[in-house]
Write a protein that binds this ligand. Sequence first.
Ligand SMILES: Cc1ncc(CN)c(N)n1
Length: 231
Amino acid sequence: MKFSERLHEKLQPIWRKNHHHPFVRGMADGTLDPQKFRFYMIQDYLYLIGYAKVFALGAVKADDLETMGKFAALLDGTLNEEMALHRQYAARFGITEEELETAQPSPITLAYTHYMLHTAQNGTLAEVIAAVLPCAWSYWEIGKELYAIPGAADHELYGEWINMYASDEFSQMAQWCIDLLDQHTAGKAEAELTKLEGIFLNTTRFEYMFWDMAYNGEMWPGNEGISKGIV
Ligand SMILES: Cc1ncc(CN)c(N)n1
């Protein structure tokens, strides 16, 4: 069994929780409060800045030019395609790029990005991929699931989000990460695989916590104004 198959099978219960989270269900049926989505967009923008840096660290840790080039392409895709969608949404909400970049990260955004960056800075290439894979893989799965719901991808506000994460480009990048992890784990000792499984589990948990943070507008104690999306 490939290592990615083992992860997928073992972590299904947590993955299903992401799909059933009220934030995701609200995008699926179009009932999500736009203010919650606004708050999510700002936090996700900050998250993606950290996520992009993890791809940069992947290029540093790669030991062949092809893999370096692919990580460079993922970095470019995150900064210039995925985050472009966020900038478009921000414009619709009347938020400037400067406001986006200077917004305060919530405790979960900070913890999640710092965990990924710490892992990527200190770990092996396989650990870098284990840290980012739940982000790419779970969004691809959610995107596909929502896209299959009649009318969901045409929703005035959430349609573009769904189309982005169900797109061929996004699926190819998630599949590349899956294949790279399988390549770097083939024949590895159980102790190493267990460590990688732990990293994958942690960022999978963070994915759930991120939906929850966005749904509840969770900010630092005493920052309730910000939690309502007023940056
Ligand atoms: C929190 C989170 N996780 C994953 C993704 C998909 N890159 C994202 N945009 N945001």
